[in-house]
Design a protein around this ligand. Structure first.
Ligand code: 1CP
Length: 364
């Protein structure tokens, strides 16, 4: 499906940006950099805007979501915006009782624990999401109009990470109940994975159609899975999510291309090749795996993103600087490298440090 000419990739605005070039495996002159959770509590201008508005309400208010997405791009001069939203937004939009509790994260009104719970949930037709995505499409369209030549990254949560919240009822450490359902009731598990893929895939597709130049799939909690469980019980659903964006093609600089797909999870050093194999172009590596080691595990042929340790952001500058230089050096083993953190920006981070990291990376 060829999409309209106004898309930033098709308009020639973002196709040759450092970020999109790197995601395509072409090393740009300067290393692109952005930060997971760059929008959010580390920014005083974000905290100010959010006063009196609940998190999910902010996500569904296009002017707010757009402004919050733009704040870190203006302040830090990062190479990409990441759409301000949350992985549970599509669940909310199909009527799942979910809220985001400050300081905690997504909490469900009712956990999905039994076969009957799953059967009830999946009765909810994923196709009805399409008519509820208006605020997301509006927010993305406004944002890309402001971003110009800076690409916007759209994102979605992978089925396993979403199921970890649905089954546990909220944040959990080892996602034990979700991993038990996978083995104790594989049929319900498969039904839950399929339904979740349909929901989250639609959310991702809408962002790409509305103007996102890249797509990142967050399987944040996949690191709690063995490689065997990942491949058997999770990977097919993640691949299904990516089918929702794989068929969208853009004519950029005379060639037909699709949006690059990035796949990231925390503690996933043991399943990096499996995460690429679901159909990712770029693999995000968390801070636990040295970047060059991650690149080696991926066969040295895959562009990578990562992996500054978020804990270093609060260390003295000379220590942080040495660490960023070290990550940059290790990243030279890949065809291309996008600098990022190994996970999200801690809320207490001094934002001037992030700006300084961007300046450093661009100077390397
Ligand atoms: O009150 C607040 O300010 C809420 C904090 C917050 C924010 C700013 C939450 C709750 N979500 C978000 C935005 C968000 N969520 C973004 C926006 C853009 C950016 O990165 O700048 C993104 C990409 C997400 C995605 C997300 N939500 C993930 C995947 C990325 C990751 O960090 O691993 C996950 C796991 C969530 C769930 C979630 N939402 C919020 C929290 C605190 C959590 C994690 C809870 C837990 O530990 O289980």
């Amino acid at each position: 499906m060829l999409v309209p000419t106004t898309h930033p990739l098709q308009a020639g605005l973002t196709a040759e940006s450092p970020l999109i070039s790197a995601y395509r495996g072409i090393r740009p002159a300067t290393t692109p950099v952005w930060f997971m959770r760059q929008a959010g509590r580390s920014l005083p201008e974000y905290r100010e805007l959010r006063v009196g508005t609940e998190m999910l309400q902010a996500c569904l208010t296009p002017e707010l979501a757009s402004e919050i997405t733009l704040q870190p791009v203006r302040r830090h001069a990062v190479d990409a915006g990441i759409f301000f939203s949350d992985i549970v937004v599509p669940l909310k939009l199909v009527g799942v009782d979910v809220s985001i509790v400050p300081g905690r994260g997504p909490v469900m009104g009712k956990a999905v624990r039994t076969a009957a719970d799953v059967a009830e949930l999946v009765q909810n037709d994923p196709a009805q999401l399409d008519s509820a995505l208006g605020p997301i499409i509006d927010a993305v369209a406004r944002t890309v109009a402001e971003l110009g030549t800076t690409p916007l990254i759209g994102f979605a949560g992978a089925p396993f990470t979403l199921a970890a919240y649905l089954v546990e009822g909220g944040p959990s450490k080892d996602h034990i109940r979700a991993r038990t359902m996978m083995h104790a009731d594989p049929e319900s598990w498969a039904a839950l994975m399929t339904w979740t893929a349909e929901i989250t895939g639609r959310f991702l597709r809408a962002q790409v159609l509305a103007g996102a130049s890249a797509a990142q799939l967050f399987d944040s909690w996949a690191g709690s899975l063995s490689p065997e469980d990942y491949v058997r019980h999770v990977a097919p659903a993640s691949a299904r999510v990516l089918d929702f964006v794989r068929d969208l093609t853009f004519e950029a600089s005379g060639t037909e291309t699709r949006v690059p797909i990035v796949h990231f999870g925390v503690g996933t050093g043991e399943i990096l090749p499996q995460m690429r194999d679901v159909g990712a172009d770029v693999v995000g590596i968390d801070y636990r795996t040295p970047l060059d080691e991650g690149i080696r595990r991926l066969g040295a042929s895959v562009p990578v993103q990562g992996n500054v340790d978020p804990a270093m952001l609060a260390a003295p500058w000379n220590i942080l600087e040495a660490h960023v230089r070290d990550v940059h050096r290790r990243g030279l083993d890949a065809p291309a490298h996008v600098m990022n953190l190994g996970h999200g920006v801690p809320p207490e981070t001094d934002p001037t440090v992030l700006t300084r990291v961007v300046e450093l990376v661009h100077s390397l």
